[in-house]
Design a protein around this ligand. Structure first.
Ligand code: HEC
Length: 188
C-alpha cells in the first residue's frame, strides 16, 4: 500500500518535472525567436552593446559567463581564449549570422570542441587543438592542461561546439540588439 502511494507520488513528480522542462524549453524558444525578430528590425546602440559584452552580459545571463570570459575583441586584447577572437567579426559574418550564432551556438559548423567517450564509458569534452587520424591534441576545459589522446583508445568522439546555449535568454530585446550592433561594429 505504502509503496503504491509513493510510486504514485513519484510518478506525479516525474510528470510535473518533465512538463516543467518542456514549458521552460518552449519559453526559451519563444524568447529567442522574439530576440531574433527584434534585432533584425532594430539597429541597436554599439556603445551600450560593448557594456553588455563585457559585464552586463554575465549579469543578465545569471550564472552563465559573460562573452568576454571566452572572447577577445581587439587585436591584442586580454579577453578569454577559449573562443575565437571576435576582432573583425563584423567583416567576417553578416548581421544575421551573428544573431544566429549567439541565439543558436549549437548550429556552429566549425566547432572548437570535441566530445569524447572513453572505452571505460567516461564522457568528457575538450578544446580541440589539432586532429590527425591517430591522435587528438586537446586541452582540458577545467585545468587548461594539454593532452594527447590516441584515437584507437577511444570508444568514439565527435566535434562539438563549446559556446553555451541560452546566453541571451535573460537579456531584454534592446540589450540584445545593442550587443548585435556592437559585434557588427567590430570591423577589421
Ligand atoms: C564558454 C565560452 C564562451 C562564451 C561565454 C561565449 N562564447 Fe562565443 N564562442 C565560443 C566558442 C568556443 C566559439 C567557437 C564555436 C564553438 O565551438 O562553439 C564561439 C563563437 C562565437 C562567435 C562566432 C565567431 C566566428 O568567427 O565565427 C560569435 C559571434 C560569438 N561566439 C559571440 C559571443 C557572444 C556575443 C557571447 C556573449 C553573449 C559569447 N560568444 C559567449 C565560446 C564562448
Amino acid at each position: 500500500m505504502f509503496s503504491r502511494i509513493s510510486l504514485f507520488f513519484l510518478g506525479g513528480l516525474v510528470t510535473t518535472v518533465a512538463l516543467g522542462s518542456i514549458v521552460i524549453a518552449q519559453t526559451a524558444i519563444d524568447k529567442r525567436e522574439a530576440l531574433r525578430a527584434y534585432a533584425l528590425t532594430h539597429d541597436g546602440n554599439a556603445g551600450s552593446g560593448s557594456c553588455v559584452f563585457v559585464d552586463c552580459g554575465s549579469m543578465v545571463a545569471g550564472q552563465t559567463a559573460g562573452c568576454v570570459t571566452c572572447h577577445s575583441r581587439k587585436a591584442n586584447d586580454d579577453g578569454g581564449k577559449l573562443g575565437p577572437s571576435l576582432f573583425g567579426v563584423g567583416s567576417r559574418l553578416t548581421r544575421e549570422q551573428i544573431i544566429d550564432q549567439v541565439l543558436s551556438p549549437h548550429k556552429n559548423k566549425n566547432p572548437m570542441g570535441v566530445a569524447v567517450e572513453f572505452k571505460t564509458g567516461r564522457l568528457q569534452s575538450f578544446r580541440l587543438l589539432a586532429e590527425s587520424r591517430e591522435l587528438l591534441s586537446v586541452r582540458d576545459l577545467d585545468t587548461g592542461e594539454r593532452n594527447v589522446l590516441h584515437v584507437a583508445e577511444l570508444e568514439r568522439y565527435r566535434r562539438t561546439p563549446l559556446m553555451p546555449e541560452g546566453l541571451a535568454d535573460k537579456m531584454t530585446p534592446r540589450q540584445f540588439a545593442d550587443l548585435v550592433a556592437y559585434l557588427v561594429s567590430l570591423k577589421k
